[in-house]
Write a protein that binds this ligand. Structure first.
Ligand SMILES: [Zn+2]
Length: 275
């Protein structure tokens, strides 16, 4: 399941092909969307944003294509006139002089004026996007201490896209280890200092994952692990996630696995003391 950094990287590829260029032709597979083809064709794309797992392709005339990949949707970017090798169904194509950006398999596609985005049922109930909206630590602390969220366990809260958009299983596990907080804690049980550290860790590790394409361990640790012979990416990218029974790189204790609420959860019993 892609998390915020992977979605933002996909959006970057689409943005590189489309932003600043006039879309020569925009075409939809679904009949219900065909009326929008003339509204979008011939207009410049000005931005490609992410909101959680949704991608918003914004046009200069204020129209926006909303698409949600769900589990199976996939974007391809090709030089103009070429098609990708796939058996998937093409749902949306945005073509300009140089490139085509094509969305396959996804069925959740809508077109709306920019001013309607806030009323969209999915967008209205998700929190700020860590990589597109870039909320600061103060705003994240304010959300952690809001009545709606303060009594929720961190394990569930960090995955709730209403709280913040962009975190998934691997980021949750690594953020809580780096912040030194047990997954069963609640913001209400944390000191101001712990909440600020958590907020800063959420920002730092999400941006690091985006920059490194998913490597969460600190660069100095990665360098040491690679020098020790761990040259397979999966062996050095995480400290906690997917490492049950293996030693924590920060303290040497064995990483613990639990299956709370059907979702895999990993933590270090020494770095993340039980409340
Ligand atoms: Zn540890």
């Amino acid at each position: 399941m892609p998390e915020g950094p992977e979605i933002r990287l996909a959006a970057d590829r689409i943005a590189q092909a489309l932003v600043g260029r006039k879309a020569k032709r925009v075409s939809f597979a679904f009949d219900g969307l065909k009326e929008f083809e003339p509204k979008l064709s011939g207009h410049r794309v000005v931005d490609v944003k992410t909101r959680g797992k949704a991608i918003l392709t914004c046009f200069e005339n204020d129209w926006v294509i909303y698409s949600h990949n769900q589990l199976y949707g996939r974007w391809y970017v090709c030089p103009a006139g070429q098609m990708p090798q796939t058996r998937r169904q093409l749902r949306l194509a945005i073509e300009n002089q140089k490139y085509s950006a094509m969305l396959y398999s996804a069925s959740d596609i809508e077109v709306m004026p920019r001013r309607h985005l806030d009323k969209h049922p999915f967008l209205a109930r998700i929190g700020p996007d860590l990589l597109s909206d870039k909320p600061g630590a103060d705003l994240i602390v304010a959300r952690l201490t809001a009545d709606e969220f303060r009594n929720r366990r961190l394990a569930g809260l960090l995955l709730d896209q209403k709280f913040l958009a962009g975190l998934g299983n691997y980021l949750r596990a690594e953020i809580l280890t780096h912040a030194g907080l047990h997954p069963m804690r609640k913001p209400a049980d944390c000191s101001e200092k712990q909440l600020l550290k958590l907020a800063k860790t959420i920002i730092r590790l999400t941006h690091r994952s985006y920059r490194t394409h998913g490597i969460i361990n600190p660069p100095s640790l990665v360098k040491r692990l690679r020098a020790e012979g761990k040259t397979n990416r999966e062996d050095y990218r995480f400290n906690t996630y997917n490492r049950a029974g293996q030693p924590c790189y920060f303290c040497g204790q064995q990483i613990v696995f639990s299956n709370a609420g059907g979702r895999k959860m990993y933590f270090c019993p020494s770095c993340q003391v039980t409340p």
